[in-house]
Design a protein around this ligand. Structure first.
Ligand code: GCO
Ligand code: MG
Length: 403
């Protein structure tokens, strides 16, 4: 059996922090798993180094399910983003090892390809409506079949999803959290005109998406969904915070705009009611924050029974290791919907050489054995950890709000 001989955590910051677990086996084969939790990176690094790695040494790397259950049930303290990201990293690394030992790309172990590629959506954004449309046209020219639209809100200095750089967006931008100001009224006025202008400029052959980033009440979300209906959005994402899953029932009562949620979910229990009661259309959970490939497949199978499709989170804080794993999952899972794709910087791509490709709006994980992604540890060593936080959000009167 391929016994686990060593494991360690590599933290690197080529412009943003990434936490990667590397598991080595006596067969000489190693595997990688992403363990990045934006703004709380070192908590997962410590969880792995101090509490998980000692339990892995000597185990049979082939026993992925058993190790998953051991780390989940065996720690007594179930779920939570730190625990589940750590379990995800182990799980992903073990699937990588299994693929390499079988000499097969991971998707072949997951049942083989269900499609030729995974449709991805890119992020068009701009400080103004005009700049956002111009950026969306650029994405369309690049071949994207699905484009997310986020625009600056007139009267607000900054908002979620609008970057300073034209092509790269990095919200965890400061040593201590920056503070943004928010106005729901101003925001709600700005989105329908954006979608109207987008349909005018881009036509109807491209999917348009939007992320509300957890900022509305259910009834406000119902109104926005209704206002956007004429423009047929692919989805409205994170319309409300999802701790109270009942909220989605209210949105559903008011709009036929498809709903997506789940990028901050970390287990099947977070989406149980939403899926079971068909309150959503797309589940956004992904490999790193939802317990790895093993657990994500369980979520997808449950979603499939309820007409819910997948739409994995894929922001830049999910490393190329996670993106590769997500693409193997995407092309194999029967109820795939779409994959988010934000390009990583050249520095990040150099640290994580990979075989996945983008072509004509679709991505493919490649056919290298395992995940098809590596980590250049020497290069990674040139970019030490730098503390960075996501922003916080306040209403104009100073009340702390959801970011
Ligand atoms: C998305 C997300 C991200 C998150 C980020 C937080 O839809 O891509 O909302 O932009 O804000 O991943 O770490
Ligand atoms: Mg989002």
């Amino acid at each position: 059996m391929p016994r686990i001989t060593a494991a360690r955590v590599i933290v690197t910051c080529p412009g943003r922090n990434f936490v990667t677990l590397k598991i080595e086996t006596e067969a000489g084969v190693y595997g990688l798993g992403d363990a990045t939790l934006n703004g709380r990176e070192l908590a997962v690094a410590s969880y792995l180094t101090d509490h998980v790695i000692p339990c892995l040494i000597g185990r049979d790397a082939h026993r992925i399910e058993d190790i998953w259950q051991y780390l989940y049930k065996g720690c007594y303290w179930r779920r939570g983003p730190v625990t589940m990201s750590a379990i995800a990293a182990v799980d992903t690394a073990l699937w990588d090892i299994k693929g390499k030992l079988a000499n097969l790309p991971l998707y072949q172990l997951l049942g083989g390809a269900s499609r030729e590629g995974a449709m991805v959506y890119g992020h068009a954004n701009g400080a103004t409506l005009e700049a956002t449309i111009e950026n969306a046209l650029h994405y369309k020219r690049l071949g994207y079949r699905a484009i997310r639209l986020q625009s600056g809100v007139p009267g607000l200095a900054s908002t979620y999803g609008v970057s300073k750089d034209r092509y790269f967006y990095e919200p965890a931008d400061a040593d201590l959290p920056t503070e943004n100001l928010w106005s729901t009224e101003k925001y709600l006025r700005s989105v329908p005109p954006l979608f109207a202008a987008a349909r005018e400029a881009l036509g109807w052959d491209v999917h348009l998406l939007h992320d509300v980033h957890h900022r509305l009440t259910p009834i406000e979300a119902g109104r926005l969904g209704k206002d956007l209906e004429p423009y047929r959005p692919f989805w409205m994402e994170d319309a409300v915070t999802a701790e109270n899953q009942d909220s989605f029932r209210i949105i559903r009562q008011h709009t036929t705009t498809p709903l997506a949620v789940g990028e901050i979910f970390n287990s099947i229990w977070d989406c149980k009611q939403l899926i079971e009661q068909q309150l959503i259309d797309y589940i956004r959970a992904t490999v790193v924050h939802a317990g790895g490939i093993t657990h994500l497949r369980r979520i997808a199978a449950f979603a499939d029974m309820h007409n819910v499709r997948t739409g994995c989170h894929g922001a830049t804080d999910l490393s190329p290791v996670c993106l590769a794993a997500a693409l193997h999952f995407d092309i194999s899972v029967p109820n795939f919907g779409v994959q988010e794709y934000m390009r990583h910087t050249a520095e990040t791509d150099a640290i994580f050489p990979h075989g996945y490709t983008f072509n004509d709006g679709m991505m493919h994980p490649g056919d290298a054995p395992g995940l098809g992604v590596d980590l250049d540890e020497v290069l990674a060593g040139n970019y030490p950890y730098q503390r960075a936080y996501l922003p916080v959000n306040r209403l104009e009167d100073g009340t702390l709000f959801s970011w």
